[in-house]
Design a protein around this ligand. Structure first.
Ligand SMILES: O=C([O-])CC(=O)C(=O)O
Ligand SMILES: [Mg+2]
Length: 600
C-alpha cells in the first residue's frame, strides 16, 4: 500500500515521503520534532526503542525503521509470550540473566514491561541471588557495556572522562569498587553487576527513568588473587590501593559527578569499608550508603511489624546479631533509633543488642582492638567473661531476636533454631546474608526447627513452604523495599542531603503498606508484587522527612497534603507500559502538525 521505504534520508524527507502517501506536503520537521520518548538510553544503543515490534507502521516509517523489523505490528501480549518462551528455553539462572540483560540492552521498555508484570519471578534473575554468580563470572560472561568503569589510573582526569557518558541528565548513580559484593568478597570490576542490577530495581520499583541512571564501578585494584591471576579478568591486575589513595580518588570522583550533574543522587554499594566515605560525603552530597542505611531501614521496617506480632513488649526484646560489619552495625543502630522512638533512652535501647563477630561476643575487654564502628555496641556487662561461639552467646543472652548478617551460610544450625523456639513463643529469625547460599538458614529450616512459629525474613528470596498441612510464606527483608523510594524521594524533592531522618522515614513507611491479609499470615513486609506502590509510599515519607529537615528544594510540595503528594509521585514515575504509546502519540501529533502546516 505504502510507497515508503527506509533510507538514510534526513528525517524531514522521511516525513515528507510518509506524508506523500496521504497528503502532498513536504515540510521539514522543525527542532521541536525531536522525540522526547525515543531518547537514547545510556545503557542501550541509540534508537533501540525504535525497533520495538509493537510500533505501528506509521511510526516505523517516521523513524526510518520501516522494513528493518518483521512486518507485523504486534501487541505487547504477543511480545511477552515470545520473551517468556525464550526465557523458559534457557536452562541455568545465568543464561536467564544474560537473556534478560540483552533484552534490556536491545529493548529497554519491553524489558521493564516484563519486569513490572512479573516482578516476583524475574527479580531473582535480574538481581540477588543470580546477580551474585554473574559478578563472580563477570569477565567470562561479559557482553556489553552498561555503565561506566573508572580506574585509579584515571585520577586527575575523572571530570573529563565522565563527559564521555552519553546521557546529559543523569539523576542517580550507584557506585561500587567491587570490594565486598553481597557476601561473596572482593570481585573487582565484576562488581559492576550490582550497580546495574540495583539501578534496574530503581527503575522497576520506583519508576526512575532508565536513561537517567548511571551504573558506576571504580577499579581501585583488587585483593582477589584469583582474579589477578585470571587472564580474562577485565579490571586492572594490581593490588588494592591504600585507604588514603582511595579517599583522594573518591574526593575527585564526587566533585566530578556533581560538576557534571549538580543534582545527582549518589548511592554507595558493596564497599568493604563503607564508613569513611559515608561520614566524609553525607553533608556535601545527596548521598547514602545502602548497605549501612538501606539495610538498616528495611530491617527496622520489618522489625516494627515482627515485634508487634511477637507479643513481647518492645523493651523486653533482646537481639543477638551474628555479623558486626557495615550491615550489622547499620541495622542495629537503626533499630536503636526505633526503640528510642518507642520511649527508651539511648542507653536502654543500646543495651538490648549483643553483636557477635568472628572472634565471638563484641566486648570492651576482649583483648583485641575493636574496629571503630563496633565500639558503640561493645558490651561492658560481661564480668570479664568472653563468649566465643554463637551457641555460647545465645545460651548467655537467651535472645528474642536472632539476626544474621554474617555471610556464613547455615550458621543458624537446627540446634540454635530449636533453642530459639524453646525460649520464645514467636522467635524472630532474620537470616539476611546474600545471596541465598550465604543465608544463615533457609526458610524451610526456620519453619521446621521452630515448629512453624518463627517470624522469619531473609535477604534473598525463598519459596513458600508447606509444613504440617499449612503453607508458610517467607518475608524478604531486602533493601529493594526502601532504596528505590529513598532515591525517588530525594530526586523529586531535590534534596541536597539524605539525612538520617529520611532514612528512618523510609523504614517507617513499610508497615503502613501491609494489608490485613498479610498480617494474618505473619508477614511483616508487603507483598513484593506491590513494590511500585510501596516505593511511592516510601518516597512520600522520605520527602516529608526532607521537608522537616529543611534539605528539600522543591518547596511547593510542602503545600500538598499526603494524598495529593503521593498521587503526584506516582504520576512522575516512569511507566514502561506507556512508553510505546507515548512514541506513537508524539509521532501522530508530528504527522498531524505537518499535514496541517501550510504548503511551502
Ligand atoms: O543487594 C542486596 O540484595 C542486599 C545488599 O545490599 C547486600 O547484600 O549487599
Ligand atoms: Mg549491598
Amino acid at each position: 500500500m505504502s510507497t515508503f521505504t527506509a533510507t538514510q534520508a534526513p528525517i524531514g524527507q522521511q516525513v515528507g515521503s510518509l506524508l506523500a502517501t496521504s497528503t502532498p506536503h513536504t515540510s521539514p520537521p522543525s527542532h521541536k520534532h525531536r522525540l522526547k520518548h525515543t531518547r537514547a538510553t545510556a545503557h542501550v544503543p541509540n534508537r533501540a526503542a525504535h525497533f520495538d515490534t509493537s510500533l505501528s507502521i506509521t511510526a516505523r516509517k517516521y523513524l526510518q525503521t520501516y522494513g528493518l523489523t518483521p512486518p507485523r505490528a504486534e501487541s505487547y501480549e504477543v511480545q511477552k509470550t515470545r520473551c517468556l518462551a525464550q526465557l523458559a528455553l534457557k536452562t541455568t539462572p545465568i543464561e536467564k540473566f544474560l537473556y534478560l540483560s540483552t533484552l534490556r540492552y536491545n529493548n529497554v521498555h519491553l524489558f521493564y514491561r516484563l519486569l513490572t508484570d512479573h516482578f516476583t519471578e524475574l527479580t531473582p534473575l535480574v538481581y540477588t541471588p543470580t546477580v551474585g554468580e554473574a559478578c563472580q563470572r563477570w569477565s567470562e560472561i561479559y557482553q556489553q557495556p552498561e555503565g561506566m568503569y573508572l580506574s585509579f589510573e584515571d585520577r586527575g582526569h575523572l571530570s573529563g572522562i565522565i563527559q564521555n557518558w552519553p546521557q546529559g541528565n543523569v539523576e542517580i548513580t550507584v557506585v561500587t569498587d567491587g570490594s565486598r559484593i553481597l557476601g561473596l568478597g572482593d570481585l573487582g570490576v565484576g562488581g559492576m553487576g550490582i550497580p546495574i542490577g540495583k539501578l534496574a530495581l530503581y527503575t522497576g520499583c520506583a519508576g526512575i527513568r532508565p536513561e537517567v541512571t548511571l551504573p558506576l564501578t571504580v577499579d581501585l585494584g583488587t585483593s582477589n588473587k584469583a582474579l589477578q591471576a585470571d587472564p580474562l579478568y577485565m579490571g586492572s591486575h594490581r593490588d588494592k590501593v591504600t585507604p588514603e589513595e582511595e579517599r583522594e580518588f573518591l574526593d575527585e570522583l564526587m566533585a566530578a559527578l556533581k560538576e557534571r550533574w549538580p543534582d545527582i543522587v549518589i548511592q554507595f554499594e558493596d564497599w568493604k569499608n563503607p564508613f569513611p566515605s559515608l561520614e566524609r560525603y553525607r553533608q556535601d552530597y545527596a548521598m547514602f550508603n545502602d548497605d549501612i542505611q538501606g539495610t538498616g531501614a528495611v530491617i527496622m521496617g520489618g522489625i516494627i511489624g515482627a515485634v508487634k506480632q511477637s507479643g513481647v513488649a518492645t523493651r523486653d526484646h533482646r537481639a543477638v546479631f551474628l555479623g558486626a560489619g557495615s550491615a550489622g552495625v547499620g541495622v542495629a543502630k537503626q533499630i536503636v533509633d526505633y526503640f528510642i522512638h518507642e520511649g527508651m533512652t539511648e542507653e536502654e535501647a543500646k543495651s538490648r543488642f549483643w553483636l557477635v563477630d568472628s572472634k565471638g561476643l563484641v566486648t570492651q575487654d576482649r583483648g583485641d582492638k575493636l574496629a571503630e564502628h563496633k565500639t558503640y555496641f561493645s558490651r561492658t556487662d560481661n564480668n570479664g567473661q568472653q563468649f566465643q561461639t554463637l551457641d555460647e552467646v545465645i545460651e548467655y543472652v537467651k535472645p528474642t531476636i536472632l539476626m544474621g548478617l554474617s555471610t556464613i551460610g547455615g550458621a543458624f544450625t537446627p540446634d540454635i533454631l530449636q533453642k530459639m523456639a524453646t525460649w520464645n513463643e514467636r522467635p524472630i529469625i532474620f537470616a539476611l546474608s546474600n545471596p541465598s547460599s550465604k543465608s544463615e538458614c533457609t526458610f524451610e529450616e526456620a519453619i521446621t526447627h521452630t515448629d512453624g512459629r518463627a517470624l522469619f525474613a531473609s535477604g534473598s528470596p525463598f519459596q513458600p513452604y508447606a509444613y504440617k498441612d499449612k503453607i508458610y510464606h517467607p518475608g524478604q527483608g531486602n533493601n529493594m523495599y526502601v532504596f528505590p523510594g529513598i532515591g525517588l524521594g530525594t530526586i523529586l524533592s531535590k534534596a541536597v542531603q539524605v539525612t538520617p531522618n529520611m532514612i528512618y522515614a523510609s523504614g517507617e513507611a513499610l508497615p503502613t503498606m501491609i494489608t490485613e491479609e498479610e498480617k494474618q499470615i505473619s508477614l511483616f513486609y508487603p507483598c513484593i508484587a506491590r513494590i511500585r506502590d510501596v516505593s511511592a509510599r516510601v518516597a512520600l515519607h522520605v520527602i516529608r522527612a526532607a521537608q522537616k529537615d529543611n534539605v528539600d528544594r522543591l518547596h511547593h510540595l510542602r503545600e500538598m497534603n499526603d494524598e495529593s503528594l503521593e498521587a503526584w509521585i506516582k504520576d512522575k514515575m516512569y511507566d514502561p507500559h506507556q512508553e510505546t504509546k507515548e512514541i506513537e502519540n508524539e509521532i501522530r501529533e508530528l504527522v498531524d502538525d505537518l499535514a496541517a502546516s501550510p504548503k511551502l
